[in-house]
Design a protein around this ligand. Structure first.
Ligand code: CTP
Length: 436
């Protein structure tokens, strides 16, 4: 019996999928189809898939052409499957031409011409609602959001606002956007989602106006250093039934959520201390002090909660009087945190979570990572956890927003308003002391 295997996501099953399965079957007597698993798609950055794994498998089966369906769960699985299932021929569409030649050492490899003028991507664009995204910036944007949005179906970055129209036009032309504005009201009328990346002083007003015009908003943390202003924004978002999300990629990362779950799930015992260090060295564009500080504070709050008892601050400034280094010692009833933030000092970036039965260590750029290590049982065992992580992470945030909108939710479950409120209050305390 000749065995054939082929793979795909098979989202929004279409004629092109049917054709390739039919032609694949002609290469043998028994056809196995590998359908990509949900987490595999997410890990490889394909966030646009609309049908669930079950639906996609059902659709493949319904063709009546397939003898067996398997789930493709990791990179490199194809080789293993070919060996395990004793495959004679591997079939794939011509969009992958040449990419699977290395499998020829195990079986025949056949590239079949794709059916023209149809694809899941095209169908997703035709069927689903496309949210128009507008960027609010006060400098030349680096294009990260535009690049990231391309990986999420259901959003399209269309316009840019900047008070300086020359900057807005430059961004529009560089990233092939449709429109550039220096009139905020007109800009707001042209979009559904506003992504606000501006200096702190301008943020509150920008967010408020967008929410009042019933636009969904993603904005940098903190929205404002004034607690009552931040609370007001939450209120407006709730009243107008629109989403207001923090641009805090950390809480959307799979690796961070996994370590959070492990730390809280008693895998390293009772939590004794969280140490988080972050220095500006690793950022291409020198970030402001608060932009750095919010990351360790967010990690601490997610890991240890919002109800800390005391916070001791040590702040250092450079000759110009700007804050350059800060140590925060935060005491909780049964645990504590030690946070180190520096814009000029050089030190190792790391996040260490210490429990009485082990520890979790995330080295280097821990706020943007797919990798961590867990030590327990007297440190004899080091377990390494690795998750693929694509791009800057903003795509995961956009994806979360789309899921929220689909479910008619306006509040993210990744960073609760109460958590954001405590984060803002700690940031406010740092700047307050700075003014003394
Ligand atoms: N395929 C094809 N003709 C098409 C579309 C897909 O022959 N018009 C083939 C692909 O080459 C692949 C298989 O069908 O071998 C599964 O493809 P998949 O990636 O699931 O479908 P696409 O429509 O290409 O999806 P997307 O637009 O998300 O990339």
């Amino acid at each position: 019996m000749k065995k054939v295997i082929t793979y795909g996501t098979f989202d929004l099953f279409h004629q092109g999928h049917y054709n390739i399965l039919k032609r694949a079957k002609e290469y043998g007597d028994y056809l196995i189809v590998g359908v990509t698993g949900e987490s595999y798609d997410i890990e490889r950055g394909k966030l646009s898939v609309q049908d669930s794994l079950l639906t996609r498998i059902e659709n493949v089966k319904k063709t009546g052409l397939v003898d067996e369906v398997i789930v493709e769960e990791y990179l490199g699985q194809k080789t293993q499957d070919i060996i395990n299932y004793n495959i004679d021929t591997f079939v794939i569409g011509s969009d992958w031409m040449g990419k699977f030649d290395h499998l020829r050492q195990y079986c025949n490899v056949v590239y079949l011409e794709r059916t023209k003028n149809i694809s899941s991507t095209q169908l997703r664009q035709q069927t689903g609602k496309i949210y128009r995204v507008g960027i609010v910036t006060d400098t030349d944007s680096d294009g990260t959001i535009m690049e990231e949005a391309k990986n999420v179906s259901g959003v399209h970055v269309e316009s840019v606002f900047c008070e300086d129209i020359k900057v807005a036009e430059k961004v529009r032309d560089e990233y092939l956007l449709d429109l550039a504005y220096d009139n905020y009201e007109q800009f707001l009328d042209s979009v559904d989602i506003v992504f606000i990346i501006t200096k702190l002083e301008a943020r509150y007003e920008m967010i408020r106006k967008a929410l009042e015009r019933e636009k969904h908003v993603i904005a940098d943390t903190p929205f404002s250093l004034d607690k009552s202003e931040s609370a007001r924004l939450m209120e407006i978002a709730e009243q107008n039934k629109v989403a207001l999300l923090e641009n805090m990629v950390l809480v959307y990362l799979r690796a961070f959520n996994q370590l959070l779950w492990m730390a809280q799930g008693n895998l390293i015992g009772r939590l004794l201390n969280v140490k988080a260090s972050i220095s500006a060295d690793s950022f291409e564009n020198s970030s402001g002090f608060l932009d750095l500080a919010k990351l360790p504070i967010c990690a601490m709050i997610k890991l240890l909660g919002t109800d800390y008892e005391t916070m001791d601050k040590r702040l250092f400034r450079n000759a110009e009087g700007n804050l350059t280094y800060c140590l925060l010692n935060v005491e909780y009833a049964h645990t504590s945190a030690w946070l180190e933030i520096g814009t000029e000092a050089e030190f190792e970036n790391q996040l260490i979570i210490i429990g009485d039965k082990g520890s979790i260590i995330v080295k280097d750029d821990w706020w943007n990572t797919g990798y961590f290590e867990l030590k327990n049982n007297g440190k004899k065992h080091v377990k390494k956890y690795s998750f693929n992580f694509e791009g800057s992470g903003i795509r995961y945030l956009l994806q979360e927003l789309l899921i929220m909108l689909k479910d008619n939710r306006t509040q993210s479950t990744r960073l609760f308003p109460a958590e954001a409120e405590v984060m803002t209050s700690i940031l406010e305390q740092i700047t307050e002391t700075e003014k003394v």
